[in-house]
Design a protein. Structure first.
Length: 278
């Protein structure tokens, strides 16, 4: 009787284990990998970042180089290499040093740091909303029903879309942007792992909406030249950038030499005042 009782408990535990395992498998199969990635805060595996994470601002935006651009081991560290023109970089965090220069840590095959003044923003929805804040206005609510086919755009009239999708849930809009062709656009903050994109409500399935105009060139950090003041806040002076780049390009032996000289002098003093007298 006792054996039967414990056998029943074991069967119940075994059945519970397999049910939980099956539910977990179904859950993970239902989630698209890109949805999981979109919800994660990216943490670079970088020594300097790990030591100064609380001083870094999370940005997760894309930037591009307009010419050859150096990258570094760490802010105010050693020059590590360079990127050619038209390189796209995903910058996850920005660190501001004591001189006011901003440094971005990027995700590539290996992590590194770039001066934000050396790169330009890959124009995105966030920047579009900042630039057109007064043109994005409230209006009568519009709804796109579940099952409708729509095209996702990086921002209105960008000429860059993410393809057509069939909506798996309805989307509601209460603020709108109207382009030069009188087309109405709505912004989506989050949908199925995708963040901050736009839908043309006037022509939701049209993939052929062309770019209206080239986006403005936005530097990662504005630079103040002598006698001029940058319009953007948190600008860095041209003189500061030159000093940083000169210091980072110095040969290693120049940085090591003072330490070697100090060791040699200390050793000489020990020999002269102590060992020699013995």
């Amino acid at each position: 009787m006792r054996e039967k009782k414990f056998a029943g408990v074991d069967n119940w535990r075994s059945r519970l284990f397999w049910e939980v395992l099956l539910a977990a498998v179904i859950f993970f199969l239902a989630i698209k990998p890109e949805e999981v990635q979109a919800d994660l805060i990216l943490e670079p595996e970088d020594q300097f970042y790990q030591a100064h994470a609380d001083q870094c601002e999370y940005v997760d935006r894309n930037y591009y180089t307009d010419g050859s651009v150096d990258f570094w081991t760490a802010p105010n560290g050693r020059k590590k290499g360079s990127f050619p023109a038209d390189t796209r970089l995903q910058v996850t965090h920005v660190y501001t040093d004591s001189q006011g220069a901003q440094w971005g840590v990027f995700l590539d095959q290996e992590s590194g740091w770039i001066l934000m003044a050396d790169v330009y923003l890959d124009y995105d929805s966030r920047q579009f909303r900042e630039d057109h804040e007064e043109e994005i206005l409230p209006g009568e609510e519009q709804v796109l029903a579940e099952g409708e086919k729509v095209v996702f755009w990086s921002y209105p009239c960008s000429g860059e879309n993410w393809g057509t999708e069939e909506l798996q849930q309805e989307l509601k809009f209460s603020e709108f942007y109207t382009d030069d062709q009188e087309r109405l656009w709505g912004n989506v903050g989050y949908y199925m792992g995708s963040r901050d994109f736009w839908i043309c409500l006037s022509e939701p399935e049209n993939q052929e909406i062309s770019m209206e105009e080239e986006p403005p060139k936005v530097p990662g950090q504005a630079v103040e030249t002598q006698g001029e003041t940058a319009e953007q806040e948190n600008a860095v002076s041209e003189e500061t950038l030159e000093k940083i780049k000169e210091q980072g390009s110095l040969p290693v032996w120049i940085l090591v030499l003072p330490a070697l000289l100090a060791v040699a002098v200390a050793g000489g003093c020990i020999w002269f005042f102590w060992l020699r007298k013995k």
